[in-house]
Design a protein around this ligand. Structure first.
Ligand code: F6P
Length: 560
């Protein structure tokens, strides 16, 4: 079916008209008038339960939103994404992160080539490497087994592996040679400097993770690490250690550019390659996921992929009205474009998901923080909201005040596992921890309820000063994982990836490029040259000139 802008315009106008009335409704009234909202707006797939009943919408709203999704071509876009069409139009390539989690028996032919064998060949190479580490057979230049691995990467080459290794730390296999994984991303070197004071160079290996292998943040950390290894291993050993051996035994490279890895000195058989058609922030499913596999083992890593694949299938096959990513996306569209709610908070109620919000900040805002359509026109509607988050229980003691009584409308996503700690061996500790988990869930459910109902969440306590009132009416979604496992985590991440894609389709923007970050990189390079060489300030704006001169003065004072 062909979709015309007129049809989309009609669907959009119908929603705007509907919003004029709905926008004035309070969630407490929607709940009072419509029993069974949990049934009506709840859906399940791939070990996840999604409750959308606390969105400020009705069944009519959802019908109109589904109509908009159809008119915007969401079903066709999903098919195109999965089939390997060149959906990343500004870079003229497909976005095939879903191919990274296809099972080995699948086949996906793009431009005449079946991608699945290559994907599984890389997984096999990863498996071989992981096995060597876990057998204590990956040895440093002095012959000692590696026991610390530091991932040097930033953005998509850091946040995904960091988030997942933290979330799945309980799944570390037993009976293996233990390897601890650390992450250093910041270009200022502060994270790396800390590791360099604590780790033993003889037993430390660095994974250089960079799709482009040109990112200055990662390469500057890599240079520091290389020189640290050389200085410590060559000087510290009277018999001396060969530089080539250091480069070979202490570095693995993960990139889409084998040439650049080789130029840097990564040994060919210690390079893991991935493809240009995998976007950086969508890349944890393949070689960039090596740190994850080092922590949880390859079997669990494959379970993560299987969970994501289960969500991919659901996304491809479920009707729009039952499709979790589509529904989550539509809730966002409704809030941003029709209720004018442009802030979105991610609130996991499980300490293992500590880095989930940071991960989603990149996934959502780098993907959909755009204002130009595929055809190159400026949009005249809002796109990605400002998204931020924190562990829910900690956020309760930090920014929930604003959610409850501030002036901003904020959409919230609450995320928690239904069950936790029931497998703890010691019965007394198990009881305590399970009680703590119930306490956490109670807080999660209570917060979303107060945000929804405001004062009505409690019995009328008689007259109160104004500052003790809660207005409520803040919309939220709640996502319950059956339990936090590699598979449900995979499904959860894939859910958000696809949500982002559906929203981008409706907003007619490209979620797979990131041109907005390029200019900053270029200007930073020029500024660095000025700072270093003490010349080139002509034509510089007054603020930047003042800041640079302040640094030069401080450096000069330090020298005297
Ligand atoms: O600067 C943004 C960005 O390009 C992200 O999209 C990417 O995840 C990150 O930098 C790191 O890039 P690379 O993996 O090429 O080092």
């Amino acid at each position: 079916m062909r979709h015309t802008p007129i049809d989309q315009q009609r669907a959009w106008c119908a929603l705007a008209e509907h919003a004029a009335g709905m926008g004035r409704r309070h969630l407490r009234n929607l709940f009072a008038e419509q029993p069974g909202r949990f049934e009506t707006f709840g859906r399940r797939a791939a070990g996840l339960t999604l409750d959308l009943s606390k969105q400020r919408w009705s069944e009519t709203t959802l019908e109109l939103l589904l109509d908009l999704a159809r008119e915007a071509g969401v079903p066709e876009a999903i098919r195109g994404l999965m089939a390997g069409e060149r959906v990343n139009r500004s870079e003229d390539r497909p976005a095939l992160h879903t191919a990274l989690r296809l099972p080995p028996e699948a086949s996906l032919v793009v431009d005449g080539e079946d991608l699945v064998p290559g994907v599984h060949a890389t997984l096999e190479r990863m498996a071989t490497m992981v096995e060597r580490f876990h057998a204590g057979q990956w040895r440093g230049a002095t012959g000692r087994a590696i026991r610390d691995v530091v991932n040097l990467g930033v953005g998509g080459s850091d946040l995904g592996p960091l988030m997942v290794t933290h979330a799945l730390a309980d799944y570390r296999p037993e009976g293996i040679h233990r390897v601890d994984v650390h992450f250093a991303s910041t270009m200022d070197g502060s994270q790396l400097a800390d590791y360099l004071t604590r780790l033993n160079p003889e037993t430390t290996l660095f994974v250089l993770s960079s799709k482009s292998f040109t990112t200055i943040d990662t390469l500057s950390n890599a240079r520091t690490a290389r020189d640290w290894l050389k200085a410590r291993l060559m000087d510290g050993h009277p018999e001396g250690v060969d530089t080539d051996l250091i480069m070979r035994q202490h570095f693995i490279g993960v990139s889409a550019s084998p040439e650049k890895m080789a130029d840097w000195g990564i040994a060919p058989d210690h390079q893991l390659e991935f493809w240009e058609w995998v976007g950086g922030r969508y890349s944890l499913w393949g070689a960039i996921g090596l740190p994850i596999a080092l922590v949880v083992g390859m079997d669990r890593f494959r379970e993560l992929l299987a969970g994501a694949h289960a969500m991919d299938r659901h996304f491809s096959e479920a009707p729009l009205a039952d499709n979790l990513p589509v529904l989550l996306a539509l809730a966002g569209i409704w809030n941003v474009n029709f209720l004018d709610i442009r802030a979105h908070s991610i609130l996991p109620y499980d300490g293992r998901l500590e880095y989930f919000a940071a991960y989603l900040e990149q996934l959502e805002m780098e993907s959909n923080g755009k204002s130009v359509t595929h055809e190159g026109h400026q949009v005249d509607y809002s796109t990605c909201p400002v998204l931020w988050g924190q562990l829910g229980p900690n956020a309760q003691h930090a920014f929930y005040q604003l959610l409850h009584q501030g002036t901003q409308a904020v959409e919230c996503d609450f995320i928690a596992p239904r069950v936790r700690y029931d497998d703890v061996e010691d019965p007394a500790t198990r009881d305590h921890l399970m009680a703590q988990h119930r306490l956490t869930l109670a807080n999660c459910f209570a917060q979303s309820r107060v945000l929804m109902l405001g004062d009505d969440a409690i019995e009328d306590e008689g007259p109160r000063p104004e500052y003790k009132h809660y207005r409520g009416n803040q919309p939220s979604s709640t996502l319950l994982l059956d339990r936090l496992t590699p598979a449900t985590l995979g499904a959860l991440i894939a859910l958000y990836e696809h949500k982002v894609f559906v929203q981008a389709t409706i907003w007619d923007i490209n979620p797979f490029d990131q041109w907005g970050v390029e200019l900053g990189k270029k200007i930073a390079g020029e500024t660095q040259r000025i700072l270093e060489h003490h010349r080139g300030l002509d034509g510089m704006d007054d603020s930047t000139r003042g800041l640079i001169e302040a640094v030069w003065r401080a450096e000069a004072e330090g020298e005297t």
